[in-house]
Design a protein around this ligand. Structure first.
Ligand code: PDD
Length: 287
């Protein structure tokens, strides 16, 4: 089966799909994106992802020439054409294609570029991984000062994640000048303290307000757990009872090692695993 990708109104074959060399996504990373999980052919928390996409567009003042309401239809068709049962949808909108100039091009003459793709991923592999947990390294947060906007300008995150992989870890936990963890390179960071309180960085301009993070916050009351949105230090993380990351691509993934320090004796924590187990029961599922 040939994969297809939606680019500006056409479903193109994946290998032949083209983006103009002067698309502003390429020249300036002048683009925003979303990643939505597909589970059993359905979209998980699609509405929340599309609301965040709209917010990102507003923050970078990108006005699209098409209605965002068309996106769920294109998503569904892309998932169908690619026969994705489990995996992810990727949505990207750039400020269109124009001769290289820092100033915004005239929106009336420059249609935004919309790309939507779908990719299958075996969820069992992630579930297996969650039983063992993952290692994270700590890494300086070198990103720009608006990581709350989900833009494709991700070089600092790419370099941090690559460093993590080269050190036998799966994610980099980024820390600021005061040695507080902000979030992961492509995930939100959480710890559980000895009172079983869940702690994660406040959703201000220093982090992306993760949709999975919001889901976990909703679940805490179901499990009679409390959560606190406050910054935590690298040291506090290393002394935590449990740690985990959240992202659409990982759901809740236990962290069992931070740098050289084991967390929960190197085993996936029970609270992290429970959150993972029930996550989808409380998510919004679209058909
Ligand atoms: N990234 N923080 C950052 C910096 C992220 O890039 C992501 C997700 C998250 C988690 O957000 P959510 O729960 O809404 O997926 C937090 C996606 C998966 C990516 O870039 O591939």
């Amino acid at each position: 089966m040939t994969r297809t990708i939606y680019v500006n109104g056409c479903y193109q074959s994946f290998i032949n799909a083209l983006l103009h060399v002067e698309d502003r996504a390429t020249l300036f990373a002048d683009a925003v994106y979303e990643v939505v999980e597909v589970k059993a052919g359905k979209l998980v928390d699609q509405e929340a992802h599309l609301e965040r996409l709209e917010r990102s567009l507003n923050e970078i003042r990108l006005v699209t020439d098409f209605s965002l309401r068309t996106i769920p239809f294109i998503i569904r068709e892309t998932v169908r054409r690619n026969r994705v049962k489990n995996g992810y949808v990727y949505i990207q909108i750039s400020r269109g294609c124009a001769p290289r100039d820092f100033i915004f091009p005239n929106a009336n003459e420059t249609p935004a570029t919309l790309i939507i793709s779908a990719r299958a991923k075996n969820p069992l592999k992630l579930d297996e991984k969650s039983k063992k947990g993952i290692k994270v390294i700590t890494h300086p947060d070198l990103r720009w000062k608006r990581p709350d906007i989900k833009t494709t300008g991700l070089l600092a995150s790419v370099l941090a994640r690559q460093t993590a992989i080269e050190q036998g870890a799966e994610e980099a936990w980024l820390y600021n000048e005061d040695k507080f963890i902000t979030e992961g390179a492509a995930s939100n960071a959480w710890i559980v303290n000895t009172q079983d309180e869940l702690i994660t960085h406040p959703a201000n301009q220093s982090i992306l307000k993760g949709i999975t993070r919001e889901g976990v916050i909703r679940i805490t009351s179901e499990l009679n757990l409390t959560y606190k949105e406050r910054p935590f230090t690298i040291e506090e993380a290393k002394e935590a009872k449990e740690a985990f990351i959240t992202a659409a691509t990982n759901l809740v993934m236990p962290v069992t090692q931070i740098d050289e320090k084991s967390v929960n004796d190197g085993k996936s924590g029970p609270i992290s695993l429970k959150l993972r187990e029930i996550f989808h029961e409380f998510a919004q599922i679209s058909y």
